[in-house]
Design a protein around this ligand. Sequence first.
Ligand code: ZN
Ligand code: ZN
Length: 402
Amino acid sequence: MKILLVICDGMGDRPSKHFKGKTALQATKHKNLDELAKNGSAGIMDTIAPGIRPGSDTAHLALLGHDPYKVYTGRGPFEATGIGMDLREGDVAVRCNFGTVKNGTIVDRRAGREAFGLDELGKALNIKIGDTEMLFKHAVGHRGALIIRGTGLSDKIGDTDPHEEGKQIKTSVALEPEAKKTAEALNEYIKKAQEILSNHPMNKEREKRGFPLANAILTRGPGLAPKIEKFEKKYGIKGGCVTATGAIAGVMKYCGLDTKLVEGRGLASDLDMKAGMALDMLKEKDFCLLHIKGCDDYSHDGNAQAKAKMIVKIDAMIGRLVKKAPKDLIIAVTADHSTPLEFKNHTSDPVPLAICGQTMRRDNTKRYDEIECAGGAIGRIKGQDLIKILLDLAGKTQLFGA
Ligand code: ZN
Ligand code: ZN
């Protein structure tokens, strides 16, 4: 038996004034999600722990059975792997922006959010500072990632991004004595990068087209490449992932899942295409995580109507997916965290969970939402336990003891 884990990013909610005190899930019709809950069992889940507000990255680490408090080193490393950079143990990865600097002052932290020419400009930023390699790659929009590779590096360094316009680029400070070399290399690099970018023909081209110069790099969120046991080694099976989010792709790749980063998030995205890819992956693999972005973005914006529509869209996709799926597939649908419309950010409220499959007990749950699922037979579990439960239902676990 194989496992499909569907993660609807930020789907969980709190009572909302937009829905007369109900959650978005409670207020919308979603018969296919309900059907999963009816034909299987439901529960609620603290993806990290009760009272802990998860980031999407830390939540996904937990959902793959890792303790995020032990393995998470910051977002930089996952951003870098998410855009296809080869991150190795000992590397320090940093998130970057292209910015516009005039007379030493940052006038635009995002270079007008204009990506024109940034791929090429990024390629010019792969240089060496002493014996330390600086590997840069443009991501999307004004963003990029930098890998600092060498001996004796530390991620305990300060940001060079002042996070405010009208200021100068900050000098990165060593936050521990062992970080002196890394901070110095980064500061030297930031200076060299300004020279390289200012003299690059691509910036002349940007100027011609009326775009702000991309003549500086701003860095934030450094993190050491984490030590994470790969999926196949940890569980003895192969796994895959389909997602449209770079940072999630980074987490999944780093955890050893064969990850397809696809286009499109939210209401405009082609969910059937993503579901089809997930089912295709399951022909060769025993596990696939299908990550669906949309609810989270709309919740951050406080856009209740769009969130409700997204839930209906997910429901329709689930309906078609279940029809196409092999009969012995175990399907679990949940979220990585709640993102309440009223709060516009992630909260610790447990997320609804339904698991359906031939080996799964059937409880009395009739509807898929935060409250109905809370009364289900699974009860309240932690995110780290979910994958173990799914593997056992699929007959892929070892007996403990005799
Ligand atoms: Zn999330
Ligand atoms: Zn979010």
